[in-house]
Design a protein around this ligand. Sequence first.
Ligand code: ZN
Length: 323
Amino acid sequence: MPALRKPLLAIILLLCYHSSYCWGFYAHKQINYYAVFLLPPEMQVLYKPSVNFLSAHAVDPDKRRYAVAAEGARHYIDLDRYAGAAKAMPQKWDSAIAKFSADTLNAHGIVPWWIQTMMQRLTAAFKEKNQSKILRLSAEIGHYIADAHVPLHTSSNHNGQLTGQTGIHGFWESRLPELLAEKEWDFFIGKADYIQNPASYIWKRVYESAAEADTVLRFEKKLSAQFGSDQRFSFEERNGVLVRQYAAAYARAYNNMLQGMVERRMRQSIYSVASFWYSAWVNAGQPDLKNLSGKTFTEEEVKEFEELDIHWKQHAGNLHDHD
Ligand SMILES: [Zn+2]
């Protein structure tokens, strides 16, 4: 019934647009994609032929949020909830639990600790020489690392909902990259480096994000006073459907005001993802990636991928909290 299908599609797309995702699906896929090219040749033998998998599955953790309740907290940390204590958070999970309790930590988000858990799992997968585990965990740790680079993932005002700026989350991390990344931003970055201390490294990135959250919000507030609401939004056609979104001129003005912040954080994300992958491989004793077992995904894994997709398609649009 084509006559019915089209309006339904329009509604779905509108819902997808209004709910924002971490870094947006587009940026997450790009970040994992570009990270592959920072790796040494010994790793590229595995990662390059798998680049499409790593890119496509960069968004699995977001899809999993519809199916697994514990998933949400892994994508952010509301540092402002800790008030004065935010400046000196325990870097390790055990000491954080001792200080604040697991309930409190889970309520305010756990991204910097979850990345450390994922790093241990990825290192173990390299030691096991299990190809499908290495690829899945690489794709997924890439997601969480990238999220830790997003300023609004460190603030309880994550979508500007407390300051009359609802929608700013997707504006910063989806609209700007989708508009500018391909044509105007540069992702030629060099090479991955060995990270001596993953915990302190990722905490540094989180504190950088937190330091920028205020600018992200304040600048948009200022800019919105210069643009009428009819100039801030526009309807643009996407796949034959009209979608309301932040106007291109408004997005460009915001990007100029931020002086390249989104591009900088995206570049830093790519470098960090590649460096975590590389460090896990080094810590596992640099196994020969031409000679791995577990090359094909098990039936169970394939089923899980499919179910993630199904859950996501059923629920897309209902997610508004801490995307
Ligand atoms: Zn996320």
